[in-house]
Ligand binder design. Structure first.
Ligand code: F6P
Length: 548
């Protein structure tokens, strides 16, 4: 196949030219246009989401050129392929059909000629029955006691999605069981959860697409011993269910086939919270609310497929990310939710984005000569303001940020919410417009500083501004709006992958470390010695020599 040179296509080159014109513009000047907010914002009243992207360093020309680039990449054509179940994850020869899991229209979707919707709906029905039975006390532990505590054992996509959603929707978990998540192979994770629980009242959900992941299987075995030591082997059937694509391995582990909730190869781990992997969510907040989450994502799926490029929120998020990543040289992107309920959202997105687009090889198998996925990071506001915001405001790194906020509070107590949101609005304003030297001098004069002091202090108090932000302002945090928010980011990631010409759905980069750990494990447990580099060999030697 001939080499495809993305940087040579006219759409890329036009953006490069535009960058040279725009890079010295300041948001202070761009905002002299009173129509700017109207031009660069979208309010969708059906779902209650406002997306304001006016505080980005773009002109109308830039926006048009970014859209031309997205159109040249045929984002919409690729989206259709994804939704129709084409095997767009070509290195694993599988489709990426997380959208089918929330296909609330229930129109047929075919994989290899089979409509997958009946299977998807059958698993949803099984999840509904199980979560209702568990919450109503019909599903009991081996000694006849009600299940009061549910522990999801999984890692990566089998942990981060459901964990984030359960945290985000904790407000709605009125009469459900307590929920815990164990992911780390470090036994401290399991230990700290088990010490609060009793086997009689605890249900373990073993979540693993492959059912071969070392962390999950090791933790599940520890949990099984904990249960059977007290309640006997027969208790496994009451206290363990599995979420997996691998029936054989689930049976080998000793979990009854009837207690297995299936999903399929066409669901990527990091896109799986909509599948059986969401069982912990359904148990925690109730199945009806789980369906509302799917509804919200489905709403955004329709938007992504049908809205014109210029009004398509995930596409706009994607091209703005590319604008900074590939033209301004930004290597990170901060996601800053002004809701404590969303405190796991940045961690969830790290896998969603970085495992998807952390790639160096393009569609043709060539090494790319441009940057692909950025580093995703963040913490909830206002905590982050007292930690790393200094760096964003006055550091030398250029960091585009997404600010996510909610109009209505979950709990109305005093003026907490107004204070939280005052900060949400203030930060994007400060980042965009900063504080000029003249303003600083004026302020210092008013405070009574001498001219000498002003000269010393002023440079440190200048905020250059011109730091770009998106504001995602959502009416309220509900299962539906959360589903929509997650899907917006999923499709942003997909769009960027298409535009960078990488496969966003494989993850070959996590394999090598697992293979090497399997080589090293016997060396730590027994007398085995394998050949390594001198650094690794000596570290292992010191570890073994000092273990006691
Ligand atoms: O870390 C790699 C990975 O394969 C992720 O993509 C996945 O979400 C995670 O491991 C867990 O895999 P599984 O669900 O098969 O246990």
């Amino acid at each position: 196949m001939s080499k495809f040179e993305l940087k040579k296509i006219p759409q890329w080159q036009n953006l490069e030219k535009n960058y040279n014109e725009v890079k010295n513009l300041h948001l202070r000047d761009l905002f002299k246009d009173k129509n700017r907010f109207n031009e660069f914002s979208i309010r969708d009243t059906n779902i209650g989401i406002t997306f304001d992207y006016s505080k980005n360093i773009i002109t109308s020309d830039t926006f048009k050129l970014l859209m031309d680039f997205a159109k040249a990449a045929r984002v919409n054509g690729w989206a259709k392929k994804m939704f129709l179940g084409e095997k767009i994850n070509w290195t694993q020869k599988i489709p990426a059909l997380h959208t089918a899991l929330r296909n609330r229209s229930e129109s047929p979707i075919y994989v290899d000629g089979n409509n997958v919707m009946p299977e998807i709906n059958a698993v949803l029905a099984k999840m509904e029955k199980f979560s209702n039975d568990l919450r109503n006390g019909k599903w009991l532990g081996a000694t006849g006691k009600k299940i009061t505590d549910v522990v999801n054992i999984g890692i990566g996509g089998s942990d981060l999605g459901p964990r984030m959603v359960c945290e985000a929707l904790r407000y709605y978990a009125n009469d459900g069981p307590n929920i815990y998540f164990v992911s780390n192979i470090d036994v401290a994770d399991m230990y700290n959860v088990l010490k609060k629980l009793k086997p009689e009242n605890t249900l373990f959900i073993v979540a693993s697409k492959t059912f071969t992941t070392t962390e999950t299987i090791t933790n599940a075995l520890t949990a099984r011993n904990w249960v059977t030591e007290k309640l006997g082997d027969k208790a496994v059937v009451n206290h363990f269910v599995a979420l997996s694509t691998n029936t054989k391995k689930v049976s080998e582990f000793g979990i009854d086939k009837n207690n297995m909730f299936e999903f399929w190869d066409f669901v990527g781990g990091r896109y799986s919270l909509w599948s059986a992997i969401g069982l912990s969510i359904a148990c925690f907040i109730g199945f009806d609310k789980f369906l509302e989450l799917l509804d919200g994502a489905h709403y955004v799926d329709e938007h992504f497929l049908n809205a014109p490029y210029e009004e398509n929120i995930p596409i706009i998020m994607a091209v703005l990310g590319i604008w900074y990543n590939n033209f301004f040289g930004a290597s990170t992107h901060a996601v800053l939710p002004y809701s404590h309920y969303l405190h796991r959202f940045p961690a969830y997105l790290q896998q969603g984005d970085m495992e998807s687009n952390g790639k160096t090889v393009n569609f043709e198998g060539d090494r790319v000569d441009y940057e692909t996925g950025p580093i995703i990071w963040g913490e909830p506001g206002t905590n982050g303001q007292h930690s790393f915001y200094q760096f964003i405001h006055q550091g030398t790194k250029f960091i585009p940020c997404d600010f996510i906020g909610f109009i209505k509070p979950m709990q109305k107590v005093g003026d907490h919410h107004e204070k939280l949101m005052a900060n949400y609005f203030a930060q994007t304003e400060a980042l965009a417009f900063g504080l000029t030297k003249d303003q600083v001098v004026e302020n210092l004069k008013e405070m009574g500083h001498s001219l000498n002091e002003i000269e010393i202090l002023a440079p440190h108090q200048v905020y250059e501004g011109n730091k770009p932000t998106n504001s995602i302002l959502i009416d309220s945090l509900t299962p539906k709006t959360l589903g929509a928010l997650i899907a917006l980011y999923e499709h942003k990631i997909f769009t960027q992958g298409i535009m960078w010409r990488v496969n966003s759905f494989d993850q070959w980069g996590v394999g090598l470390g697992k293979v090497l750990a399997n080589v090293i494990l016997p060396e730590l447990k027994e007398q085995a010695n394998n050949k390594h580099d001198s650094s690794t060999e000596n570290l292992i030697k010191i570890f073994k020599a000092n273990q006691k």
